[in-house]
Design a binder for this molecule. Structure first.
Ligand code: UTP
Length: 507
């Protein structure tokens, strides 16, 4: 452990001596805390980090339009455009790999969720479903069900380990929440939580920000901090020990995420891909999502702001957008590829600049809450490893079935209401596809609505992932039934329905 004197010298070398400005005023406990934080920092890399941040912030946000091409058809799959046989074949392959314990899922849960504005990890959020399920609960139930589907098909007793990347902000509350919920009945040893690194927020002139007199303002290093965190926490070794060859990486906030999706896994495996991305068709030219495409022949995600409007508007012969593959942070990686990234490429990942409002103490020690951005946070993005792939594929899925992120509080897009409605609307579609009639409280049949919205919410029909992962297995429970809503079809209710052989109105 470095001494105070050694830390002081290194801070001076890095041009950051001000960090110890309030040292004489700090209590013993505060001094201990600050010293611990400083020792954990990469003090040798601090000058480069601060100067790099200030330089990057000074550069214009979007560069010239690079030479873009869409993902070539040979490297592109699509739920919409594929025949039933191909989809079934990919699903079969994916379920086989799952049954062989070859597939793991990895949740990116280190973000601070500032836009949603809650003080706890986003995965603990309850969007207001009839079940009261949180995002973590829904995801845990999907793991249960996909294991069950693979086992039924292959007579196995498989396990899909759940890797969860957290940060200093989310690790302790997430651990506590899982414990309190009895790990959602999953085997605790198959849930591996680990922490990503934190890096200092920096002023526009390259100075580390003091959030309090004895505390540096730190932020997680972006979801692309994954690759360093895999190394720091020996996650790849854990995968190897378990025989996990394929990893499905996803964001915490997509309520419709199909974890370990056998169709996607099967597609990627059958194409021999080392890296893959699920995409959805862009909703409009102006939708601010990154586009999966090629830049000078290299696969990557190009940010919305980096594409010139003329390029974004290009259309093919059928009128469809040429650059329509919207990135939804839902990726496939082989373990071998991740190993390669860890060994050879993780130091080359691009740094993205975000301007944020970070509370700080001024030189006189006054606490200031800035009203406009005062800080640079440097972030790495999980998709920035795509250029290192030797065989990259993209797989287009239907937005209404697979993508509804929770980003903002109610009143904006991508909110608890839009997420809840997306899930309920999907479950109504499943129930109706299984030939159930949904009734209101007075016994009147409810018509199917084409699209739900805030003014036109979907019928309250929720189906636990423990009963159905993606609409499968519902015929035997629901066909010909008249079901009163609100309806929560959980495991207990499913058993009751199975026992009632006659068709009738069920409360
Ligand atoms: P977002 O970019 O939406 O960020 O993260 P966020 O932190 O959740 O929300 P805001 O921007 O503060 O409102 C996309 C995904 O990446 C994860 C998030 O937890 C989410 O699953 N993430 C983000 C990390 O795991 N680490 C990070 O450092 C940043």
């Amino acid at each position: 452990m470095l001494s105070l004197q050694q830390v002081r010298v290194r801070l001076e070398e890095a041009g950051q001596a001000h960090v110890l400005r309030f040292w004489p005023e700090l209590s013993e406990a505060e001094r201990g805390g600050l010293l611990r934080d400083l020792v954990q920092l990469d003090l040798q890399g601090l000058r480069a980090h601060c100067e790099g941040a200030a330089r990057a912030a000074g550069r214009p946000a979007s560069g010239p339009d690079p030479l873009l091409d869409p993902v070539p058809p040979g490297a592109m799959g699509s739920v919409r455009k594929s025949d039933e046989d191909s989809l079934a074949e990919w699903e079969r392959e994916g379920l086989f790999q799952i049954s062989e314990n070859g597939v793991g899922v990895l949740l990116l849960a280190g973000g601070q969720g500032t836009r949603l504005g809650v003080q706890y990890p986003k995965g603990m959020f309850d969007v207001g479903l009839p079940s009261g399920s949180t995002l973590y609960q829904i995801q845990a139930e999907r793991i249960h069900r996909i294991q069950q589907l693979a086992d039924r098909k292959h007579g196995s007793q498989c396990c899909v380990p759940w890797y969860i990347m957290t940060s200093e902000f989310t690790l302790a509350p997430t651990e506590k929440f899982f414990k309190e919920n009895n790990y959602f009945d999953l085997e605790p040893s198959n849930i591996v939580m680990f922490e990503q690194r934190m890096i200092p927020a920096v002023t526009f002139d390259g100075k580390v920000i003091l959030q309090e007199k004895g505390k540096i303002a730190m932020a997680p290093d972006g979801n692309g901090g994954l690759y360093q965190a895999l190394v720091d926490n020996k996650v790849l070794e854990d995968m190897q020990k378990r025989g996990v060859e394929y990893l499905h990486v996803y964001c915490v906030d997509n309520i419709l995420v199909k974890m370990a999706d056998p169709v996607f896994i099967g597609f990627c495996v059958s194409k021999g891909a080392d890296c893959g991305a699920k995409v959805v068709e862009k909703a409009s030219v102006a939708e601010p999502v990154g586009v999966v495409c090629r830049v000078r022949g290299v696969s990557q995600v190009v940010e919305y702001s980096e594409i010139q409007p003329e390029t974004a508007e290009l259309r093919g012969p059928g009128g469809e957008l040429v650059f329509s593959a919207g990135n939804i942070c839902n990726h496939f990686f082989t373990r071998a590829f991740l190993q390669d990234v860890a060994e050879n490429y993780k130091g080359q990942l691009k740094q993205h600049v975000a301007f944020k409002k970070v509370p700080f103490v001024d030189t006189c020690g006054n606490q200031v809450r800035p009203t406009k951005p005062n800080a640079i946070k440097m972030e790495k993005f999980v998709f920035d490893v795509f250029p290192f792939s030797r065989n990259f594929v993209a797989f287009e899925v239907l937005r209404e079935e697979e993508f509804s992120p929770l980003k903002n509080a109610d009143g904006a897009s991508d909110s608890p209401t839009t997420a809840r409605n997306a899930l309920l609307a999907q479950h109504c579609r499943w129930a109706r596809a299984a030939n159930a009639t949904l009734l209101d409280g007075q016994g009147n049949a409810l018509p199917a609505v084409a699209s739900a919205s805030e003014d036109n919410p979907p019928v309250q029909c929720e189906i636990s992932p423990l009963v159905s992962y993606f609409g499968e297995g519902l015929e035997e429970l629901l066909t010909g039934r008249m079901l009163t809503t609100p309806l929560l079809l959980d495991g207990k209710r499913a058993k009751e329905l199975l026992m009632k052989s006659s068709v009738g109105v069920l409360p």
